[in-house]
Design a protein around this ligand. Structure first.
Ligand SMILES: [Zn+2]
Length: 224
């Protein structure tokens, strides 16, 4: 009965896909992708990669390649301030990630605070909250500094503008979450702000990683 009501509601309310704006088909209303605002077509186009990596000794995981639909959707979130679209990134794999990181507290990588004020929210926080794990905003950027478009040498400057504003709880396990990993300089700067005892259990989770990396043969559907 509940399913029937939802299907009818979907048909009448004309739920639209958050990515392509097309009206969702009623038959899709109970799918994992529709739950997170995606039509079947966009769900299939997500550049799923499930890439493990290691950054200065800390294990990391990237869910997508930074291309196509994921690239466009991150821009919609960050530049256009389309807050609702934040749920599409980890949403389709949230159940799996919640289990994988049970007992972890998320440390979102910060944006420049003036950018957050402009769009009235921190986009990494918005992406991460769908995992329903505790979140602590421990990292802050102390001055305006845009990472994109900077040379490798200038990128190391990020270490000077990133700070940690609280003592981490020694009894907790922490998961650093970011949107895009390019050279990993921002993430390395975050890791270096964390004292060695915490690093033993520290992990990294990123939405997307830049191209030219080995792809997983798994698909998103394997995790649902
Ligand atoms: Zn769509």
């Amino acid at each position: 009965m509940k399913l029937l009501i939802k299907t009818i509601a979907c048909a009448f309310l004309k739920t639209r896909c958050l990515c392509c704006s097309k009206v969702m088909k009623a038959k899709d209303s109970q799918t994992i992708y529709a739950k997170f605002g995606l039509c079947q077509n966009c769900y299939k186009k997500m550049p799923f990669i499930y890439q493990h990596f290691n950054l200065i000794g800390i294990p990391g995981l990237a869910i997508y390649e930074y291309s196509g639909l994921i690239k466009d959707s991150l821009l919609a979130l960050k530049v256009n301030g389309d807050r609702e679209i934040a749920k599409i990134f980890f949403g389709p794999i949230a159940g799996f990630l919640r289990l994988k990181y049970t007992g972890y507290t998320i440390l979102p990588v910060p944006s420049i605070s003036s950018q957050d004020r402009l769009r009235t929210f921190n986009h990494v926080y918005e992406i991460a909250k769908i995992l329903r794990l505790p979140i602590e905003k421990a990292f802050v950027k102390t001055q305006s500094w845009k990472q994109s478009g900077k040379s490798q040498t200038k990128r190391t400057y990020i270490r000077k503008v990133l700070k940690i504003n609280k003592e981490l709880d020694p009894t907790k396990k922490y998961l650093i979450v970011d949107d895009i990993m390019t050279t990993g300089e921002t993430l390395k700067a975050c890791i270096n702000l964390i004292k060695p005892p915490h690093r033993r259990t520290l992990k990294i989770l990123v939405v997307a990683i830049h191209k030219n990396r080995k792809k997983s043969r798994k698909t998103l559907a394997d995790f649902n």
